[in-house]
Design a protein around this ligand. Structure first.
Ligand SMILES: Cc1cc2nc3c(=O)[nH]c(=O)nc-3n(C[C@H](O)[C@H](O)[C@H](O)COP(=O)(O)OP(=O)(O)OC[C@H]3O[C@@H](n4cnc5c(N)ncnc54)[C@H](O)[C@@H]3O)c2cc1C
Length: 400
């Protein structure tokens, strides 16, 4: 039985916002606390995988995403020197998903759309400029304390807390949950340009993973621009990597041009691979980057976080409405944590190793293997089920 009549969600990024939206739709009042004063525009996730859209169909989120995004059914594995190695067409998954493509839609568009929905939903309270700094809990509930922009300290009581406050999660630290794993030495540079790479590289498609021992890159078409993600050595300061000169040189390395590229987006990120030791401390649950972080090669971090939000809010709704006992909440971690370890983090690390492999014999073996998979319909089908996250979601019971 609910004692405080609400769930507090900490962090209104994609995962916290989706969790708040789904809870409210399930009839559970939510207070959503966000440290920043306005919607955060950052240039991280854009890839949304087919099963994420399937899972978000019924609540109307997928239709909004498809309207805002770019449909990209084909993906390639390439090599800087050897060009195209293998191509996969996700339309071949049409019997496995209602959305047989990757959708490119920046994460802030999803969050912005959810903020608009909150304004129309009476049982969601979105409080911007509320940074959570303290948390206590007992058998009856959780008290979360947030600092406002004016330095005021405010307390919120809840039956449960969802911590979706990102990779550096304050709530994870306050609940003393370990976050084992490692941080990569290099940074990842994200550069966006309006230059149409397809006009100069006619054999590419919209999603291109390009291997190279020195400077692998991901070249991605998203709405309104092309995005390039590439590694920046640890000897380069993040500020230098964001400079016009550095980005022009990196893009000219990729495709030399006499004209400068017009750079409309530039960002540098630190990348880690970590999974929280547990997803639960009493009445507090971790979700999204607060629970697991991974490199972006495969486009799985936010997708995995959205799957967390779906799983956790389903479990909470069962308990909240008395259809299941408290013990059912253990099902969340059981369903989601193995996915982070065995699917998301394992796959994205494997992708990174393949792209950056230096040994020419191993690189050649990777290429041969990819060509073999792409040439065999059964192997290609299985590869697409794995890389689209359909296979792992079926294993975890989230998809039929
Ligand atoms: C370069 C790059 C590309 C990526 N591309 C993809 C991709 O294509 N597909 C994909 O699936 N994933 C991708 N990712 C990963 C994706 O960006 C993250 O997994 C996703 O942002 C996680 O969402 P989140 O809501 O858990 O955390 P965040 O997006 O980090 O949001 C956390 C929110 O919590 C707020 N917050 C923090 N501390 C507090 C506090 N104390 N109190 C209140 N609020 C707080 C923050 O302000 C923020 O709004 C990429 C990552 C990078 C770096």
């Amino acid at each position: 039985m609910a004692k405080h009549d609400r769930v507090v969600v900490v962090g209104a990024g994609p995962v916290g916002s989706l969790a708040a939206f789904l809870l409210a739709r399930a009839g559970i009042p939510v207070t959503l606390l966000e440290a920043e004063a306005a919607l955060v525009i950052d240039y991280r996730a854009s890839t949304i995988h087919p099963p994420t859209l399937d899972l978000l169909d019924e609540c109307g989120v997928s239709a909004a995403l498809v309207q805002m995004g770019l449909i990209t059914p084909v993906m390639q594995y390439r090599d800087r020197r050897d060009g195209k190695i293998a191509e996969f067409d996700l339309t071949q998954l049409k019997n496995d998903t209602r959305h047989p493509y990757r959708l490119q839609c920046e994460q802030f568009k999803l969050v912005g759309w959810l903020y608009e929905q909150f304004a129309k939903m009476p049982n969601v309270e979105l409080l911007l400029s509320h940074r959570v700094t303290a948390l206590t809990q007992d058998d009856d509930g959780v008290r979360v304390t947030a600092e406002t922009a004016t330095g005021e300290s405010k307390a919120f009581d809840a039956d449960y807390v969802i911590a979706a406050d990102g990779g550096r999660s304050a709530v994870r630290k306050l609940t003393q949950i370990d976050f084992p794993g490692f941080t990569h030495r290099e940074h990842f540079l994200v550069a966006g340009t309006t230059f149409d790479f397809k006009s100069a590289m006619p054999d590419i498609c919209s999603v291109n993973y390009t291997a190279d021992p020195d400077e692998w890159y991901l070249l991605l078409e998203i709405p309104d621009m092309w995005r390039v993600i590439l590694p920046v050595g640890s000897e380069v300061e993040a500020e230098d990597a964001r400079s016009e000169a550095f980005i022009q040189s990196a893009l000219n390395n990729l495709l030399p041009r006499s004209e400068p590229y017009d750079i409309v987006v530039r960002a540098v990120y630190r990348v880690s691979s970590r999974v929280a030791a547990t997803y639960r401390a009493g009445r507090v649950f971790l979700a999204g980057d607060a629970a697991h972080i991974n490199n972006p090669l495969g486009g799985m971090g936010m997708n995995g976080g959205l799957h967390d939000a779906i799983s956790l809010t389903n479990h909470l709704a069962e308990v909240w409405h008395g259809r299941a006992g408290d013990a059912a909440l253990a099902g969340y971690e059981a369903q989601r944590r193995p996915e982070a370890i065995n699917a998301i983090n394992a796959m994205t690390e494997r992708n990174k190793k393949t792209l950056e492999e230096r040994d020419p014999t191993i690189r050649r073996a990777h290429q041969d293997e990819l060509r073999r998979i792409a040439a065999d319909p059964a192997l290609a089908y299985d590869h697409m089920l794995q890389t689209s996250m359909i296979a792992s979601l079926r294993r975890s019971g989230m998809l039929g």
